[in-house]
Design a binder for this molecule. Structure first.
Ligand code: HEC
Length: 192
């Protein structure tokens, strides 16, 4: 009887341990193959945590044309897996396997009861970063500086168009270098 109870307790604790595994702990099984090819996560809108939006204002040229008016030319929505913000708040950084997806949306602007309002329309592509604390894939040019880096265009979501993160990503992320290359000022859950 006592033995059965102990075995039962053991199985129960094993199952709660598995249940407690954070989504980011399986990133390298789900979204990265053995040579470091990155695939685009599909269910981020319904299953992940929304971090924040960047509104890309129309340029002067665009706003001066009578047809376009003011407002946003595009919206960038950023998501990460569940559990990542909590880990970040506790440890001051991202866990291994954390993925950040930036979805690029076109925007249209119209007059609504709240004012002149821009809303996101169709997806143009996705930027993806995957946290790598172990320095995996040293000879793969999409990996380095603590992350895997990839851009996917909307007409080719199954294959990244990025050839080298050093020449296509890193330069533009230098202002965020001190924050592990992430522009965290846009994300209340990582910032406040
Ligand atoms: C033209 C400059 C530029 C280039 C090139 C660029 N980024 Fe970014 N990236 C930014 C800026 C600025 C932000 C935040 C504001 C925004 O989205 O406009 C950002 C945000 C992101 C985010 C959301 C997380 C964060 O850092 O805030 C991801 C993910 C991302 N970029 C990945 C990539 C990857 C992968 C590449 C290369 C394939 C890349 N970026 C190339 C400038 C750039």
């Amino acid at each position: 009887m006592f033995r059965k109870l102990i075995i039962g307790l053991f199985i129960f604790s094993l199952s709660t341990m598995t249940m407690a595994a954070e989504p980011y702990s399986s990133s390298y099984k789900t979204f990265v193959d053995e040579i470091g090819n990155i695939s685009l996560p599909k269910n981020y809108r319904s299953e992940w945590v929304f971090l924040g939006t960047w509104s890309i204002a129309k340029t002067d040229v665009e706003t001066s044309s009578a047809a376009s008016g003011h407002g946003a030319a595009g919206l960038h929505n950023v998501y990460t897996q569940r559990g990542v913000p909590e880990y970040f708040q506790q440890h001051g950084g991202f866990p291994d396997g954390a993925i950040v997806v930036k979805e690029l949306l076109k925007a249209v602007t119209s007059s609504m009861t709240t004012g002149t309002v821009s809303r996101g329309t169709e997806v143009e592509g996705w930027f993806v970063m995957i946290k790598d604390k172990e320095g995996r894939f040293k000879s793969n040019p999409l990996w380095g500086d603590g992350w895997g880096w990839a851009l996917f265009n909307k007409d080719q979501p199954d294959m990244t168009v990025t050839k080298s993160y050093k020449s296509e990503c890193l330069g533009c992320h230098i202002p965020a270098r001190e924050d592990d290359w992430i522009y965290k000022s846009g994300y209340p859950l990582l910032r406040d």
